[in-house]
Write a protein that binds this ligand. Sequence first.
Ligand code: GDP
Length: 440
Amino acid sequence: MFDNLSEKLDKALHVLKGHGQITEINVAETLKEVRRALLDADVNFKIAKEFTNKVKEKAMGQDVLTSLQPGQLMVKLVKDELTELMGGDAEGINLSGAPSIILMSGLQGSGKTTFSGKLANYLKTKKTKKPLLVACDVYRPAAIDQLHVVGEQIGVEVFSDRGNNDPVAISKAGIAHAKANGFNVVIIDTAGRLAVDEQMMKEIANIHKAIQPQETLFVVDSMTGQDAVNTAKSFNDILNFDGVILTKLDGDTRGGAAISIKSVVNKPIKFIGTGEKMDAIDVFYPSRMAERILGMGDVVSLVERAQEQFDEEEARKIQKKIAKNKFGFDDFLSQIQQIKKMGSLKDLMGMIPGAGKALKGLDIDDDAFKHIEAIIHSMTPDERSTPAKLNASRKKRIAKGSGTSIQEINQLLKQFDQMSKMMKMMQGGGGKKMMQMMGA
Ligand code: GDP
């Protein structure tokens, strides 16, 4: 996510960090580099200029020149300004109606249908709501099919009316269906065009007027940079929407849309899409995003993800096994499976402070665990629970069975051994000692 921008900002601020003496001139130079980094990320020229002017003003006001750690102070000022630019505090969605009606708008291909499914899934699992999806794209039968596929995948009912070509009538019928059948959220997926055109705008405006949604969301592909911002402006002029959904942030986006959109339409980014799967949705927190952009990681989100996937029952079982010295490779395997549920490895690594830079250029693929899993799967149950039994001939057999090498097996055994020791230490009240060892 925003690798390029992160790298350039890091370089820009690094210059300042390295200088023994900070002068007005090198503050100005740093900010010039920051501005260049923003422009390269496809941030609007005016916004980039205002951004650096504001940081400069604050820097001067805060005596960066005499501060003990000018580099750090500058990073903080840039972070605060980025946060402000992207929206300050995170804003939720309005679910006050009975049912709450959520209208999706945006161009074709922006990710509306995918996001409608993600949002329904999110509301169902996180907010214990009962959502209904309504298919209002009357031009492309395939779009209706797509929403049905998505609905089936997440176990959410989809309302559609294939013979009907009036999206206003379909959305009204969908809402009536929701009221009659106990649904408390209605998500209306609408038709998009490849570019803004008058007819499409009229149609979405008509639906908007007829159903008076609690929440109108504008979905935009973050890969489209400045275009995204212009499209947002056109839609906002017509719909006065409530929030923006930025999709495809998992791709190689330069980040300009994420940074500029809020200040152009003055509407918050509410969610981001980070993949094609139904669980690739995240609430947008401007400050966490600013921290990620500046390579400061996002520990809060990382911990939240861990908590979401945390299986208490499983943890208790493992704890017991550690206490009895019975932690084996089967348990190791189940730990790996839990980590995998938290998301892609690259995404997780990006949330660790400083890791982004350290891992730059490294091709972290999500198959990293595959070898480990293959090795463990090639062990007998007995070997899994008592790894000490793994002698040379057994290792040879496992290497052959898993398509790996003896070195890889030895490495895994070493890691396993270290992990077991660490866990025992934590169990035996040694947690504090270990934290001290780690410098905390
Ligand atoms: P719509 O025309 O606006 O309904 O767009 P779709 O929901 O059909 O999405 C268009 C394409 O983008 C599909 O191939 C989706 O799988 C893909 N897509 C949607 N959201 C994301 C995302 O967050 N990340 C990635 N990588 N792909 C996405």
